[in-house]
Write a protein that binds this ligand. Structure first.
Ligand code: CA
Length: 429
């Protein structure tokens, strides 16, 4: 099926600013609460949120096989389960409804009032009910930096890293939508030089710049997803801040890997940008040497050119840009990650979230965590208000933004924002 929604020449009758992340070629999917307290599935064009349940009730999706309540849901899971053909039909139809030349909704004031809201009139909610969350570790520069800091600069990458998209199963229950405040975690740490662990607020709170992809139901338990078909089962992508408490992590991670240092919160951006919308921005990832095992071999351009910027905004102060990186820095692709995740027969379900792992590039300015940017706190970052940061302080807001751009269009992800609240009082509130 032709993805007519991607036509770069199409203009919308809705106002879209030139530097908007959401031109009519984007058509992401999300879930929001209207000012009448109704939860609905929607999309966004410019600074307008569009209620897809209302459009369906008004007959605008006629001819597309959809169940009556597919958009009257508090998550996208059922819609994602319907599969790629349905996603494409719906995106193509939305593009047609809002095409500059289409007068049907444009000139129907009553319908417009029912289905279109200004973006500041609605509240974005978590777009999917996330059953399972996997977090990979797929940036070679990040893995090398961390290995250099914590183990041995001579053997920074462990022997498996160039053969396996290394990952672990994370926690789905604490994944929150952008804008949700995050409380500094309490936990157990072993201070430098101490002989007994102590309990208290994490002192080394960090962000991790990641992108996440969200899957459709893909394989039965016991069967694998072939790498050549992996992308057919990926609905789209979001920005992901995988908050990390480095002092807790350092003490707890041996031998089973990250645990409480990671599962207190992970923040995602609210609009899922479809892989279809990202199609014009496919790009080559790094060359893979040694060649991966056959089940991980893929052909063609498998990454995406997505620029990601991260800022820190101290309370009541201006933000400072601290990291500019790119998704195409990742060594392992999303197809390789999904093929690997399922190769043993592990089943992939609708609404699962897969984190890329921290995305660092070669340059210091492209590192994707404070751990790397300040080299374990030894090289603090200067903020525009004159203060310094080694890690994230109470009251700081971490803002991630991402977009793709070519000569014709810009497709973006909006913002992934989280502000740190001070830790809970110990031992009691
Ligand atoms: Ca991570």
């Amino acid at each position: 099926m032709k993805i007519t929604a991607n036509n770069p020449n199409r203009k919308s009758w809705l106002q879209v600013d030139r530097d908007s992340d959401f031109p009519i070629q984007n058509i992401p999917f999300g879930v929001f609460l209207t000012k009448e307290d109704v939860v609905t599935i929607g999309t966004r064009i410019g600074d307008y949120a569009i209620d897809l349940a209302a459009l369906q009730q008004l007959g605008y999706f006629e001819g597309i096989p959809l169940t009556d309540d597919i958009f009257m849901q508090d998550s996208l899971n059922d819609f994602i389960t319907d599969g790629q053909t349905t996603w494409r039909l719906v995106r193509n139809r939305i593009a047609a409804i809002f095409d500059l030349e289409n007068k049907k909704l444009k000139e129907h004031k009553k319908h417009r009032n029912i289905a279109i809201f200004k973006i500041d009139e609605i509240e974005m909610l978590l777009p999917v009910e996330i059953g399972d969350y996997t977090d990979f570790y797929s940036s070679k520069d990040h893995a090398t930096n961390v290995g250099t800091m914590f183990r041995d600069p001579e053997n920074a990458l462990l022997p498996n890293w160039l053969h396996i998209p290394v990952g672990y199963h994370g926690r789905a229950s604490s994944i929150v939508v952008s804008g949700t405040k995050v409380r500094r975690p309490l936990g157990q740490t072993m201070p430098q030089g101490a002989t007994q662990p102590v309990f208290g607020p994490s002192k080394l709170l960090d962000f991790e710049v990641e992108m996440g992809f969200i899957t459709a139901e893909a394989n039965e338990l016991g069967k694998a997803i072939d790498i050549s078909e992996a992308k057919d089962h990926i609905f789209g992508m979001v920005l992901l801040n995988d908050w990390s408490a480095r002092d807790i992590q350092k003490w707890e991670y041996v031998p089973l890997g990250p645990f409480l240092a990671k599962n207190f919160a992970s923040t995602i951006s609210p609009w899922i940008v479809t892989l279809d919308a990202l199609e014009p921005f496919k790009a080559a990832g790094p060359e893979q040497d040694p060649q991966p095992l056959p089940y991980l071999i893929e052909h063609g351009e498998q990454s995406y050119d997505i620029q990601i910027e991260t800022s820190i905004k101290p309370r009541k102060k201006k933000e400072t840009l601290v990291s500019t990186t790119n998704f195409k820095n990742l060594y392992w692709s999303i197809s390789q990650q999904l093929a690997h995740q399922s190769v043993n027969g592990c089943n992939v379900r609708s609404g699962d979230l897969y984190g890329s792992g921290t995305i660092s590039g070669k340059e210091k300015s492209s590192y994707g965590s404070m751990l790397e940017l300040t080299w374990k706190g030894t090289e603090p970052i200067k903020m525009s208000d004159g203060t310094e940061r080694k890690f994230i302080q109470d009251g700081d807001t971490v803002i991630m933004r991402a977009h793709c751009k070519n000569d014709a269009i810009r497709i973006g992800f909006g913002e992934c924002i989280g502000r740190i609240k001070k830790a809970r009082k110990y031992p009691k509130e």
